[in-house]
Design a protein around this ligand. Structure first.
Ligand code: 5GP
Ligand code: ZN
Length: 122
């Protein structure tokens, strides 16, 4: 147990805990450096979150720091859609910022499919 009082985003991070196996999740796919698991509060018949194992706060931060991991994450989103039967129609969402709905600040792609999704989004 660390005695530090400094704020450490990774030790406080729910998705780091899921990636480490310390918090349970319904994992549907696992790559070398990325992980896919079902959203606990699904908004569509398919609602999977795809994350890098390493902590990055946003998709742009991930792409800057580790472009090959960003690419692996994106390929994994397609694999999830394909294996769940939604290769032809799925939506990727990266909420970036609390004002647009980001609540977990470990980058995650929402993979949504299985019902009509309106545009523009709400
Ligand atoms: P955001 O709002 O940051 O774009 O998305 C965070 C997502 O994480 C939400 O859709 C929320 O339902 C999901 N979520 C929050 N806590 C948990 C959890 O403990 N397990 C799983 N599997 N998903 C979670
Ligand atoms: Zn994290």
């Amino acid at each position: 147990m660390s005695e530090t009082t400094e704020h450490d985003p990774e030790s406080d991070c729910l998705f780091c805990a899921i990636a480490a196996g310390d918090v349970d999740a319904d994992v549907v796919a696992r790559g070398e450096r990325a992980l896919a698991f079902r959203d606990i509060n699904p908004q569509a018949p398919l609602h999977v979150l795809v994350i890098p194992v390493a902590h990055h706060p946003s998709v742009a931060a991930l792409a800057e720091a580790a472009p090959e991991v960003a690419a692996e994450l994106l390929v994994l989103t397609r694999s999830v859609a394909e294996r769940e039967g939604y290769a032809d129609a799925y939506r990727l969402v990266f909420n970036t910022g609390a004002d647009v709905g980001q609540s977990v600040f470990h980058v995650h792609a929402h993979v949504l499919a299985g019902r009509p999704l309106s545009w523009p989004p709400g």
